[in-house]
Design a protein around this ligand. Structure first.
Ligand SMILES: O=C[C@H](O)COP(=O)(O)O
Ligand SMILES: CC(=O)C(=O)O
Length: 214
């Protein structure tokens, strides 16, 4: 597996972030995630200023892995890469965006939940797919069923993952890491509850460790 994807897999969880005030919150948030043992972030283009947030997080914590989420256009890929994004996440499977990212030699994790999506991803030689929205699309049971015809993929489920079901996902052998916003909710960020974010990250890391060792 690609080295960056391997590092993300070792961390086990990927905070999915929407930042309303990047200049205020991106730096302390990056520090909180690193202190909590989760030095990775998917900064979504759901809010204006996503590229600025990516840039600030990379400047604040250069060793942190920072990617861009909710990327819908090639222009956003360019914006994200110029800001220092190390991976691209799209909510659905868009062959044009996959081809564009491969041309730019940047990792893309497209959202896939159906055999048709997986088959399209297979043609592009992708290693890891996002499974979004995970819980709403059938959760671990569907991920396992899909891995029968498509054993070549590792999966990153996102959508409905929480401290309650994280262990169940991580125990599934095809799952490489879980995305989620539960440790970086709008309330936690808006109210700058960095200690709570650190605590949720530490709990997540503990759950991932136990699920993998136990
Ligand atoms: O749209 C949702 C995000 O991609 C993450 O999902 P979540 O808030 O259920 O963790
Ligand atoms: C949900 C997701 O994968 C995205 O917004 O990119």
């Amino acid at each position: 597996m690609d080295k960056l994807l391997q590092q993300i897999s070792e961390i086990g969880v990927v905070p999915v972030i929407k930042l309303g005030h990047p200049t205020r919150d991106a730096a302390p948030l990056a520090k909180a995630l690193c202190e909590g043992g989760v030095p990775v972030a998917e900064v979504t283009f759901r809010a204006a200023g996503a590229a600025q947030a990516i840039r600030i997080m990379k400047e604040t914590c250069p060793d942190m892995i920072v990617g861009a989420g909710t990327v819908l256009t090639t222009a956003q890929v360019d914006e994200a890469l110029a800001a220092g994004a190390q991976f691209i996440v799209t909510p659905g499977f868009d062959p044009e965006l996959v081809a564009y990212c491969q041309e730019k030699q940047v990792i893309i994790l497209p959202g896939c939940t159906t055999p048709t999506d997986y088959h399209a991803a297979y043609k592009f030689g992708l290693e890891v797919l996002k499974f979004f929205p995970a819980e709403q699309s059938g959760g671990v049971a569907k991920i396992k069923a899909m891995s029968a015809p498509f054993p070549m993929f590792k999966i990153m489920p996102t959508g409905g993952v929480s401290l309650k079901n994280l262990a169940e996902y991580i125990k599934c052998p095809v799952i490489t890491a879980c995305g989620g916003s539960y440790m970086v909710t709008a309330d936690l960020i808006e109210n700058q509850k960095w200690d709570e974010i650190i605590d949720l990250c530490k709990k997540s890391v503990e759950i991932v460790k136990e699920a993998r060792n136990g």
